[in-house]
Write a protein of this length. Structure first.
Length: 236
């Protein structure tokens, strides 16, 4: 889509700063941290800021009040000038960072007066995917007719069920070996909304940076129909 970000805004995350004069080296903060961002020994503490998820728990369990927080920039958000959509919000995570939840949260806070908002979520059921899907009116699960994709899809369906987000399925690279996937969709009452056939021509266009709906009338018709179905499902 070749977005060109404007009105960029930095996104920050917090990380613990330990006052060694107050610290008793009890180790409670390190034992609490599920992401191993803290190492505490009898003589010193090590903070690995890149691993911190900014939950605030280490300060809560510290009995001596030795932990405060600093902040660092992990990425930026902005609004781009994508042709036909001046409200295209985007977020960029800095190289070397791995936790995108703060970026997603900031993107979702970009103001828009549009009646509908489409959120392109990460694949799978990671923390970032949960952050993107939580609170949505409807989720479109994009999958392929392969055993690996079906296994991944089952986890996504469970995640969306826990979030109470209704869902439908879009089958990419359709054409062969669809039986097991279609049977699963039927067993879970998941509507199959559309299929995009496996096509070497489509693949070549995408690899070259093209958009199918701009270059193939049948693809444009398919995606317009898909959008009408999604709006109908989300408005229920």
């Amino acid at each position: 889509m070749a977005p060109s970000l404007t009105r960029e805004t930095p996104v920050y995350t917090a990380f613990p700063v330990i006052n060694e004069d107050l610290c008793t080296h009890c180790g409670k903060c390190a034992r609490f941290c599920a992401f191993n961002a803290l190492i505490s020994t009898k003589r010193a503490n090590v903070v690995m800021a890149e691993l911190c998820h900014d939950c605030g728990g280490c300060a809560l369990v510290c009995p001596s009040g030795a932990i405060s927080y600093g902040r660092r920039e992990i990425g930026r958000t902005g609004v781009s000038g994508v042709p036909g959509d001046p409200d295209f919000g985007d977020g960029i995570l800095h190289t070397g960072e791995f936790s995108a939840e703060k970026i997603i949260e900031a993107v979702l806070e970009i103001p828009s007066d549009r009646p509908h908002r489409i959120i392109d979520a990460p694949p799978g059921c990671s923390c970032s995917a949960v952050q993107a899907a939580e609170g949505a009116d409807f989720a479109l699960i994009v999958t392929e007719p392969t055993p690996f994709a079906l296994s991944d899809m089952k986890m996504v369906v469970e995640m969306l069920g826990n979030l109470k987000v209704p869902a439908g399925v879009f089958l990419n690279k359709a054409g062969e070996n669809e039986g097991e996937l279609l049977a699963y969709c039927e067993s879970e009452n998941l509507p199959l909304l559309e299929k995009l056939p496996l096509s070497r021509t489509y693949g070549k266009t995408i690899v070259e940076g093209g958009l199918l709906l701009r270059e193939y009338p049948e693809a444009e018709s398919l995606f317009r129909h898909l959008w009408q179905l999604i709006k109908g499902m989300g408005d229920k």
